[in-house]
Design a protein around this ligand. Structure first.
Ligand code: ATP
Length: 755
């Protein structure tokens, strides 16, 4: 055992035997002397040279078992510690305390609260308040006759009781009487008299006030009765006084107005509620972690208002993923005692263990969705996002058309036709976009779009299906043609990424304008005995090829099994909207494998009830969204605007000519051969350009020498200086030789034959 004589001795029994029962500094004359260590050390330090300075942090001690030679005051058991031994931790924690640095973003509440940051959220919050106020007004308005009756009964009672109370107040007996009685009981006349004097003093000025008040009230009453006051003044006076009297006259436990019971309409989100709900999810990782450390669930931000609801950002215990909780949304809602569509857990930003839990003031199904922003005015540029849906908290979600393909799936009544039509309506508002629409159910949901469609089909009869299949085959050819055009424009430096650009899409005669093809109930085509298989294969190819070429395919289906929807298609579609589906298989067929497992479950939506709701992937992170609702009448108005835009732009499809007009394609080498000046072995570019433009103005109109040079480059035709005599003078310009052109054509033909 070691004993530190410099530490206070709590328990003398623990002392080493040699100094038990003795006071320090006292010599007994027997056995060892008790040494005053402080004094002895001071003496030693005085005699010995000073030791080197030891930094504060280092322990200053005499090692046990190594007594200083010649030091009489330390035995082998003695360890003198003159400070706390602070050594480095054996296994320093990973998360060392970072030096304090003010962090600009962390944990500071935002200057503008979340609900006031966008117009949409501000409007949603205001709408919620207005709705709440409206509810209160409606509630009380309905009961107002009852309130009037109660007021009529209680007001006279209130008049009498108020008079009584005023009289009691004027006597100043209240409180004083009990004290006087107490003094009388104690036989204390002096106190009694003092109290009574005080009462008289109080009572005197109170009677005066009451008298003047009564005179004033009486005069007021006389004026009220005798003078010819405007009706509204009388009414206002009565409306002010009568409820006050009724309030005074009603029994304390019988309020005049009924209580507005809010029930479970809204439950304020608190950290405790969130913790409890998370524990109720039955995720072992959460429960084990919380049993060891109650703070294993933490909130990096305070729970705050966010649109028409509250948002809790939660850091789950180590190793638990937000997806685990999202997959148990039902349990979460159950633990909060809220309807399912009021509780919206989503993966948070930062790490997979961060959960963003939004709880609405009311179920999403009961919230009014704002109108589609493009309903009344506005144009669309298909290269830019367009408003497509809203989040549960009514934020607007924008969808993309260009370089995208869409798959919308859901059971009947889920709202997929409306969602698909919304995307087509948006495309219609870009006058450059050519629309080809098939609806293979035959009820005419897209009929309203027909005037702006280059091709339109409606029905599930063999003829319509055959036309639709032929359109897909044409689309594939169109993709081939477009890829050649892209090559051409890429060579001219006009398609930098070998993709359609907005400039090319707008360039008349480029043949690269946006082409939007929508096929609803596509399962009718894919399951068709004659056309199904080929159509599936072609459709897959078009989806793969078309994206960069300005071809956008939008498909809708209600049976997403592998026969009705080839997996190659689902795999290659990059925007998927899974509306209400019956089971996990359908969910994952539309959204992709494991999406159900990861918590993205469109099975929670009920057809009709939750029409328009679905899980949207490919536009931001996957989440529940509700497409904007545009019914057929509203769609008609949008189409009218689309028609006006197209008439202005000259892109209105000709009525009754729903043919697939092939956009001019061209073969530069063949065209050059055709326009070549027969007598010449070499020709200037500028001459060739003007002849080409004369032959195909829609393709070559405006071409300059450099453009022809660039276009010829991929074909390996050499462009050089060609000399001529003009008016006897030699002139040199850029041009090509007939031999080079013929060689390039021969080479191409040879490659074509061998390839
Ligand atoms: N975004 C939406 N918001 C509210 N209601 C909607 C929305 N979309 C659709 N609905 C309603 O749901 C009903 C069904 O919509 P829709 O016809 O698009 O469903 P569907 O899935 O195509 O069903 P079906 O296969 O039977 O046509 C519509 O009549 C409409 O009233």
């Amino acid at each position: 055992m070691t004993y530190n004589p410099f530490e206070p001795d709590e328990n003398p029994a623990d002392r080493p035997p040699h100094d038990a029962g003795q006071d320090a500094g006292q010599s007994t004359g027997q056995g060892a002397d008790v040494v005053q260590l402080d004094a002895a050390r001071a003496e030693r330090d005085r005699l010995a040279p000073l030791p080197p300075a030891v930094p504060d942090s280092e322990p200053t001690h005499v090692p046990n078992g190594e007594p200083d030679e010649g030091d009489d005051f330390f035995d082998r058991e003695t360890v003198a510690i003159t400070g706390r031994i602070v050594g480095p931790p054996v296994d320093p924690p990973d998360e060392t305390a970072a030096p304090h640095r003010p962090q600009a973003t962390s944990k500071r509440p935002p200057i503008v609260p979340g609900w006031a940051r966008t117009w949409a959220t501000l409007r949603a919050a205001a709408a919620w308040k207005a709705k709440d106020a409206g509810y209160l007004v409606g509630y009380h308005a309905l009961r107002s006759p009852k309130y009037v009756a109660k007021t009529a009964v209680y007001a006279p009672v209130g008049l009498l009781s108020t008079g009584g109370r005023l009289l009691t107040w004027a006597t100043a007996e209240q409180g004083n009487w009990a004290l006087r009685q107490y003094a009388a009981d104690r036989n204390d006349p002096e106190t009694w008299l003092k109290l009574d004097k005080q009462r008289q003093r109080q009572s005197r000025w109170r009677w005066t006030v009451l008298l003047f008040g009564s005179i004033l009230a009486l005069v007021g009453l006389l004026v009220f009765l005798a003078v010819d006051l405007p009706g509204w003044v009388r009414l206002a006076a009565l409306a002010g006084a009568v409820p006050l009297l009724a309030r005074a006259g009603r029994p304390a436990d019988k309020p005049i107005t009924d209580r507005v019971t809010e029930g479970q309409r809204y439950r304020k989100l608190t950290a405790e509620l969130v913790r409890r709900a998370l524990l109720a999810c039955g995720i072992p990782g959460i429960n084990q972690a919380v049993s060891k450390d109650p703070n294993a669930i933490s909130f990096p931000q305070e729970i705050h208002r966010d649109g028409p609801g509250h948002m809790a950002i939660v850091d789950l215990p180590f190793g638990v993923e937000a997806a685990d909780v999202i997959a148990r949304r039902g349990r979460l809602a159950s633990a909060m005692r809220l309807p399912l569509d009021q509780v919206w857990p989503e993966p948070g930003v930062g790490h997979p263990g961060r959960l963003a839990l939004w709880v609405g003031y009311e179920p999403a199904g009961q919230m009014r969705q704002p109108a589609w922003p493009l309903l009344r005015d506005g144009k669309v540029d298909v290269f830019k996002p367009f408003p497509f849906a809203t989040t549960p908290r009514m934020d607007v979600i924008h969808g993309d058309l260009m370089f995208r393909n869409w798959l919308v799936g859901g059971q009947p009544g889920s709202g997929k036709t409306f969602a698909l039509r919304l995307a087509v309506l948006a495309a219609a508002l870009d006058p450059r976009a050519e629309l080809r629409v098939y609806e293979l159910k035959g009820v005419g949901d897209f009929k309203v779009m027909e005037p702006v469609c280059t091709e339109y089909g409606n029905g599930f009869d063999d003829e319509t299906i055959a036309r639709c299949a032929a359109m897909l085959a044409w689309l594939y050819k169109e993709c081939e043609r477009r890829s050649k055009r892209i090559d051409h424009y890429a060579a001219l430096g006009k398609a930098p990424e070998n993709k359609v650009t907005p400039e090319l899409a707008s360039l008349k005669g480029s043949g690269l304008h946006p082409l939007i093809v929508s096929i609803d109930e596509i399962q009718e085509l894919f399951s068709h005995r004659e056309h199904g298989k080929d159509a599936g294969e072609i459709c897959e190819k078009v989806i793969k090829l078309g994206r960069a070429l300005g071809v956008v395919l939008l498909i809708g289906t209600q049976i997403p099994d592998k026969d009705s929807l080839p997996t190659g298609i689902t795999r290659n579609v990059n925007t998927r909207y899974c509306m209400s589906v019956a089971d996990q298989v359908a969910n994952d067929m539309i959204l992709g494998t494991s999406m159900y497992k990861n918590g993205y479950r469109a099975t929670v939506f009920e057809p009709k009830v939750d029409a328009g709701w679905g899980i949207l992937t490919g536009i931001g992170k996957p989440a529940a969204r509700r497409s904007f609702f545009v019914d057929s009448n509203a769609a008609k108005q949008v189409v009218a605007r689309a028609i006006a835009l197209r008439v202005d732009a000259g892109t209105m499809p000709e009525p009754d000519t729903q043919t697939r007009t092939d956009v001019p394609s061209f073969d530069l080498l063949a065209d050059l051969a055709q326009v070549w000046p027969a007598a010449d072995d070499a020709a200037w570019n500028e001459l060739l350009c003007s002849r080409l433009a004369g032959m195909r103005p829609e393709v070559y109109g405006g071409w300059k020498s450099e453009q022809l040079t660039a276009a010829l480059k991929p074909h390996g035709v050499k462009v050089g200086d060609i000399g001529r005599r003009i008016d006897g003078k030699p002139v040199t310009r850029r041009g090509i030789r007939r031999d080079d052109l013929t060689a390039a054509i021969a080479e191409r033909n040879r490659r074509g034959r061998s390839g």
